[in-house]
Design a protein around this ligand. Structure first.
Ligand code: CTP
Length: 403
């Protein structure tokens, strides 16, 4: 893995609306310790001003090739040599075409021809432009020449269409450039469950719950940012999948249980953030049930307890569970911690519709011999704080591997 501290990144900005996301990318690159110099195309400079990138990068921004004054400072060849990496975000269809053709008709394409640094492109454009055979051929050609690509993603676009062409998120570009990063979980393998499960009654109906998966996804992203290799087994989510995390979809408690056991080998940390159904219908009807009778009864049977089964393994990872309580939060959570033999439990107060599905939450975290209250805050912040605490507890030798 590269160390950000040693990395000089030349960031090229093409002319697309996604250029605004590159402001965040510059900030994150610098936070990761990279030195950043920004070169914009003329069209790029029409979307976000060079002054913005100058302020964010801490260096003058170059746009023109034939700029005598700027060339007397660091000229285009010096810039091309300076860079350890060239990242272009957004890479428009036009920019990709010019790079594929080997043109040097502006400063950015000239630097790309003159550099020996590895290149990473984050394409961003309208869906139809992305799917055009010309763009696809340019994309393939650039890849064959060793240019790496991150994205594009699929979703709503600035032009109002939905499809492939959205620029990858800054975090995903950072991850593609720097790898998993350095943090308190570097080298650790983490498995997280997230989201609700849906237990089928018939082909169109199920028993589910209000979980959005937001906390599990935030934990997966926080563990990734802490340097871990993260896998997330998830039910149907109400939030986007995190970039840079291996994901496995599992809709029912039983399929989630099977997926977790398939991937548990060699895992250092297991976090059960999923809202797994404790019961499922004994049978799921093959055909849609008709409303013939005045009453109907659905017989429920227990589902396997994923968390308890992982905690019972020997050797086993550091195991963190969640508890959803409506009353006597600490007492009930402490009992659950001991009964399931966990290393840590994070208790949610879910009374009066709190926590579940909401963007903010507070948590009472308990472990053998200690506890900590995290006050109400956005789940992303909460996840980062919880991952930090878990990493500290793991480092202090609280693993139960030897038990
Ligand atoms: N869990 C699990 N598999 C299940 C049920 C729950 O892995 N089949 C995990 C959840 O992901 C969570 C914790 O166990 O980490 C919740 O424990 P649970 O005993 O189900 O407690 P609650 O849902 O809080 O409810 P109850 O008080 O009814 O036990």
């Amino acid at each position: 893995m590269e160390k950000g501290a040693e990395l000089k990144v030349l960031l090229g900005i093409g002319g697309g609306i996604a250029a605004y996301k590159s402001c965040e990318l510059v900030r994150r690159l610098r936070e990761a310790g990279c030195a950043v110099r920004v070169v914009m195309t003329r069209a790029g400079a029409a979307f976000v001003t060079p002054l913005t990138f100058q302020a964010l990068s801490g260096h003058p921004v170059r746009v023109d090739l034939l700029d005598a004054e700027a060339e007397s400072g660091m000229d285009h060849i010096a810039l091309a040599r300076w860079a350890d990496r060239v990242v272009i975000a957004p890479a428009t269809a036009d920019l990709m075409a010019r790079l594929a053709a080997g043109l040097a008709d502006d400063l950015l394409t000239t630097i790309c021809l003159a550099t020996e640094a590895p290149m990473l492109l984050a394409p961003a454009m309208n869906r139809v432009m992305w799917e055009h055979p010309a763009t696809q051929a340019n994309h393939r050609l650039l890849q064959q020449r060793g240019v790496r690509m991150v994205g594009p993603g699929t979703g709503g676009q600035a032009c109002g269409e939905t499809g492939a062409g959205r620029m990858a998120e800054p975090q995903a570009i950072l991850h593609a450039l720097l790898g998993p990063g350095t943090g308190p979980l570097t080298g650790k393998r983490v498995l997280i469950t997230a989201g609700p499960t849906q237990e089928p009654i018939d082909p169109v109906r199920f028993i589910g719950n209000r979980s959005s998966g937001r906390m599990g996804v935030a934990l997966a992203a926080a563990a990734r940012d802490a340097g871990a290799e993260v896998r997330m087994v998830h039910g149907p989510l109400g939030v986007a999948l995190p970039a840079g995390v291996n994901t496995v979809a599992a809709d029912t408690a039983e399929s989630m249980h099977a997926a977790v056991l398939r991937h548990i080998e060699g895992v250092d940390l297991f976090i059960a953030a999923a809202a797994v159904a404790d019961y499922r219908p004994r049978t799921a009807a093959d055909q849609k049930l008709k409303k013939n009778a005045a009453e109907m009864t659905v017989e429920l049977v227990r589902t396997p307890d994923i968390l308890a089964d992982v905690a019972a393994r020997r050797p086993r990872p550091f195991v963190v569970g969640f508890a959803a309580e409506t009353a006597e939060l600490r007492e009930n959570a402490r009992v659950k911690l001991e009964r399931k033999g966990l290393d840590m439990i994070a208790a949610n107060d879910v009374s009066a519709g709190r926590a579940i599905g909401a963007p903010e939450n507070s948590l009472t975290v308990l472990w053998p011999g200690g506890e900590r209250l995290f006050p109400e805050q956005p789940k992303d912040d909460l996840a980062r704080a919880l991952i930090e605490l878990i990493a500290k507890r793991m480092a202090s030798g609280a693993e139960t591997d030897s038990n």
